[in-house]
Design a protein around this ligand. Structure first.
Ligand code: OAD
Length: 253
């Protein structure tokens, strides 16, 4: 690794024709959204098996909805930060960028609405772990945006499918569930074709999402990691920028 990581990152990204950006919770940290594994991370305060598994939802759907409603309210009060905006305006200007995110918040989409590129739908934004601002039916194919607050005071007040009256659930991927196949396939395809992969704010601990960057690397693309903490990619990164994303992405994109 050279001693001018910012310069090297700028050079690699400036020359890119097809790039993949893989983001994790760290890209939203400066917006005020908690990460999962750091100090103050959600998984330090809560047990995923109580809140983020199909079994937890079957056991206590009220508690699970309450937790997602709390997170949704928190995200609603946050705004995109300079990292989201730098990515969105780079995508609006430039090369063929596929943005792959593990985040269920909608801050990339909101930055896209400000900067120009429509990130509300694939193929430019691939949301591997779903969306906290959407719900889907536990039985049929219905999916909708959650515009109203969910009333989680009792099981009887939880939202139901307008089509078949079955319970709705948050449209996110829980532990033990498979990722949406077409979204994951598109992410791997973009990774196999890209000439650089920028990894922002993820420990790289959760698979198969983490494998998207490894796929890019094994197809010959250099990895640039932007993260102020250690990640699973550090040993294989071409360039590591040891700083918060909001401070650095506007300088390198
Ligand atoms: P983690 O909490 O594991 O990692 C967050 C990363 O962001 C760490 O490497 C931090 O050092 C870094 N970070 C913190 N502040 C930052 C900043 N300002 N700029 C850049 N980086 C910063 O979160 P993820 O890797 O996203 O899964 O977690 C992956 C998945 O695990 C999540 O999608 C979620 C969770 O369980 C599901 O919900 C299915």
């Amino acid at each position: 690794m050279g001693d001018d990581p910012l310069g090297r990152a700028r050079e690699l990204l400036g020359a890119a024709e097809r790039a993949v950006v893989l983001t994790g919770a760290g890209v939203s940290a400066e917006s005020g959204v908690p990460t999962f594994r750091g100090s103050g991370g959600l998984w330090k305060r809560f047990r995923p098996e109580d809140l983020a598994t199909p079994e937890a939802f079957a056991r206590d759907p009220r508690l699970v909805w309450e937790w997602y409603e709390w997170r949704r309210g928190l995200i609603r009060g946050c705004a995109p930060n300079p990292a989201h905006r730098a990515i969105a305006s780079w995508m609006a200007r430039g090369p063929g960028v596929t943005l792959v995110t593990q985040n269920v918040d909608d801050l990339h989409e909101r930055a896209g609405r400000e900067a120009g590129p429509d990130l509300d739908a694939a193929p430019r934004l691939l949301k591997l772990h779903g969306s906290i601002v959407h719900a889907r039916c536990t039985r049929c194919a219905h999916r909708s945006r959650l515009d109203e607050a969910v009333d989680a005071t009792s099981e009887a007040t939880l939202p139901r499918c307008p089509a078949c009256r079955s319970p709705l659930r948050p449209d996110v991927v829980w532990f033990g569930e498979t990722l949406p196949e077409t979204v994951l396939g598109a992410a791997f395809e973009a990774a196999a074709r890209c000439d650089v992969c920028l990894v922002v704010g993820t420990t790289g601990a959760v698979y198969p999402a983490a494998a998207v960057a490894h796929e890019a690397r094994s197809s010959g693309a250099p990895l640039i990691v932007v993260d102020p903490g250690p990640t699973e990619y550090d040993a294989v990164a071409d360039t590591r920028v040891n700083a918060p994303a909001g401070a650095v992405l506007p300088l390198i994109l």
